[in-house]
Design a protein around this ligand. Structure first.
Ligand SMILES: [Zn+2]
Ligand SMILES: [Zn+2]
Length: 380
């Protein structure tokens, strides 16, 4: 079957091809976009103005089969988790894993072996001390992402902490850094065996290089098989938000990458010519740990009522609070009321870092660390 290129493809191909590295809309899956990619004016992190691709994607690709996430009981079929307590590593969510966590003081099941499951998008706090988090999908959600047309190197690399926005996969699915640790929240936002799950806002996202996840499973000795996503360590997985391609763990010609920098990237040959690009690592999450280029100030927004990006581009959050470039976690205003402090004071004390210093924040607010932790919403 032959078909003529979509009008937006023709329009975009007329752009000056000064850099091979630009995020190429033509490389995305045919079903990736909810509407035609556009080019818009944008502001980069350093305040400079630039042109960005604007990609809108649905809550998940139509053909992508997702899950399972939380098993209903300890012998049920579940997904994956990257445990960071004792005996850290990647685990399948099976009886041996749940029992290991219970032995370390994190018991997720009752005497019948039933797993406590909570929906982080419901607005209700989990009733159990330790629950497996599983959000409900919302088919109405549209996600908008902006990536610079011409990538610009930053003076310093930007670290990617917990739930940092990493980029977009060629299937249109957003990519995020580590999901929040069980050690911090007490709850476990289960991933499926391809490394993705549903945000509280109802949309699916990756926490790993899904096209090369079998390599990690093999490396870490975990018996899982991501059947939903074709595995190819030599393929481009997607584009980081700085516009540079993200590849699997191997070069396009099947050789091992050499001379990788701190962000697990380097300049070299790709399917898009000679350009800076990132590689997946053999460990989970197999994503870059930092970005070398500048990203757009407004790079991620959703139409969802809560979850990451719900605040929209530069708009007010769901509670009238300033957009944090990632939305305000549901329940922060309740947490402030519980603690008897104002919402801005609470946000200020917690700071913008990926892992807040709870001791310092509690001291600033004049509350105990225990009270602070108990009041804060779970961060799936
Ligand atoms: Zn997530
Ligand atoms: Zn390479």
């Amino acid at each position: 079957m032959t078909r003529s290129p979509a009008p937006w493809l023709v329009a975009l191909s007329l752009l000056p091809m000064t850099a091979h590295a630009h995020p190429d809309p033509a490389r995305f899956n045919a079903t990736a976009f909810a509407s035609e990619p556009a080019i818009v004016d944008c502001t980069l992190e350093d305040g400079s103005t630039a042109q960005c691709y604007e990609f809108t994607v649905p809550y998940k690709p139509a053909e992508l089969e997702i899950g399972p996430f939380c098993p209903s009981d300890i012998d049920g079929e579940g997904g994956l988790w990257d445990w960071d307590g004792e005996e850290a590593g990647l685990y399948k969510l099976d009886r041996a894993f749940w029992e290991m966590l219970a032995a370390q003081g994190y018991k997720f099941y009752d005497e019948d072996g039933t797993i406590a499951i909570s929906d982080p998008g419901s607005g209700a706090r989990p009733t159990a001390d330790h629950s497996c988090l599983m959000a409900t999908q919302d088919e109405s959600v549209i996600i908008t992402m902006r990536l610079p047309v011409t990538p610009v190197m930053a003076e310093d690399a930007t670290g990617l902490g917990t739930v940092a926005q990493v980029g977009v996969a060629l299937d249109g699915v957003p990519i995020f850094a580590d999901a929040p640790s069980v050690l911090e929240t007490g709850h476990l936002p289960a991933l499926d065996v391809c490394g993705g799950h549903i945000d509280p806002g109802g949309w699916y996202h990756w926490h790993a290089t899904a096209t090369d996840i079998d390599t990690i499973a093999e490396h870490e000795g975990v018996a899982v098989d991501c059947g939903a996503v074709a595995q190819d360590p030599t393929a481009i997985f997607g584009y980081a938000f700085d516009g540079f391609p993200m590849m699997g763990s191997l070069e396009a010609d099947g050789t091992k990458p050499e001379g990788l920098d701190q962000c697990n990237g380097h300049v070299g040959a790709t399917a898009q010519g000679e350009t800076y690009h990132y590689h997946a690592s053999p460990e989970f999450p197999n994503l870059p740990t930092c970005l070398v280029g500048l990203t757009a100030q407004d790079k991620f927004a959703t139409t969802a009522q809560n979850g990451i990006g719900a605040a929209g581009f530069g708009g007010a959050g769901p509670n009238g609070a300033p957009g944090q470039g990632g939305g305000l976690p549901e329940g922060m205003d309740d947490a402030a009321k519980t603690l008897g402090v104002t919402l801005p004071a609470l946000l200020d004390a917690l700071g913008t870092g990926p892992r807040p210093d709870f001791d310092a924040a509690a001291q600033t607010l004049g509350v105990s660390v225990e009270a602070l932790r108990a009041a804060l919403p779970a961060r799936p």
